[in-house]
Design a protein around this ligand. Structure first.
Ligand SMILES: C[S@@+](CC[C@H](N)C(=O)[O-])C[C@H]1O[C@@H](n2cnc3c(N)ncnc32)[C@H](O)[C@@H]1O
Length: 261
């Protein structure tokens, strides 16, 4: 029987950079709070690759990973957890829970990344989630979310990224300017094989940065800061995010919003 296609491993290679992500969280917390954090909560964690990278950073670090869906959690337990030392595993806690649950672990840093919270399409729903995040961030804690946009994200477009042995496709199916809603698929094509379509699906509202900042303040956070990505010599994102109030009109951009309790 043909081996089942391991969509999470291709997803990780295409869109995730857990080591880079945790470096940014640690650096940002230290810059803002002038001390070292201990605990990280990864909301919408999927296969909890970020939590795995967090516990590897420091012997005192604890990670709490939250997801509603057992499937990616089981994948992480089977494939990523065994790559950690026993001692690192003991500092990683996985919860099959809703991020809206009132009883979640409180941490120094809470992150909601890969735009997962875009699934809350109504302002009230997003406010409810941000309020719950606020309640569960420690005193002196920070909440980090990412977001994306730009003219290219306001139209149907399929983008192919070619890797050594496969192609990754980010397929935006539509964009409704009245609601700012859009649907997306991820497809993969292994070299010499048929394209495998619709392996991941997202139905999102494309929240704007000013909306997000207003809702975070309404949820209780004292201050928000936008971290904008720098560009390399080719005009592409260089993976370095710095605080600013002035972005560039790129066709497509990614940014972080960091909210302080
Ligand atoms: C876009 S995926 C991101 C997964 C992960 N952050 C990553 O990059 O691999 C969104 C995840 O959010 C989870 N999810 C959706 N609604 C949720 C909720 N209300 N509470 C917890 N997890 C939820 C889904 O099960 C899915 O694993």
């Amino acid at each position: 029987m043909a081996k089942e296609f391991d969509k999470y491993s291709y997803y990780k290679e295409s869109v995730q950079n857990p080591e880079g992500d945790v470096d940014f969280y640690l650096k940002t917390y230290k810059q803002i709070r002038k001390k070292k954090p201990v605990s990280l909560r990864e909301d919408f964690c999927g296969t909890f690759a970020i939590s795995c990278a967090w516990v590897k950073l420091d012997k005192s670090f604890e990670a709490y990973a939250i997801d509603l869906d057992k499937e990616p959690l089981e994948y992480g337990k089977k494939n990523y957890l065994p790559q950690l030392k026993a001692e690192e595993q003991s500092r990683l806690h996985v919860y099959n829970k809703n991020v809206l649950d009132k009883k979640l672990p409180s941490t120094d840093i809470c992150v909601a990344v890969n735009f997962s919270y875009y699934l809350f399409k109504k302002r009230n729903e997003l406010l409810k989630y941000f309020k719950n995040a606020y309640e569960h961030v420690n005193k002196d804690g920070i909440f980090i979310i990412d977001c994306f946009g730009g003219g290219q994200c306001q139209a149907a477009i399929e983008e192919e990224t070619i890797h050594k042995d496969f192609s990754y496709y980010w397929d935006q199916v539509n964009f409704n300017p009245i609601t700012n809603e859009a649907e997306f698929y991820i497809h993969f094509k292994l070299k010499g094989q048929k394209k495998m379509e619709k392996l991941f699906y997202y139905d999102w509202r494309m929240w704007t940065i000013p909306e997000l900042r207003e809702i975070l303040i309404e949820a209780g956070f004292k201050k928000t800061t936008v971290y904008w990505e720098g560009t390399n010599s080719k005009g592409e994102g260089n993976g370095e995010f710095t605080p600013t109030e002035k972005g560039e009109e790129c066709d497509s951009w990614i940014a972080y919003v960091v909210a302080e309790k």
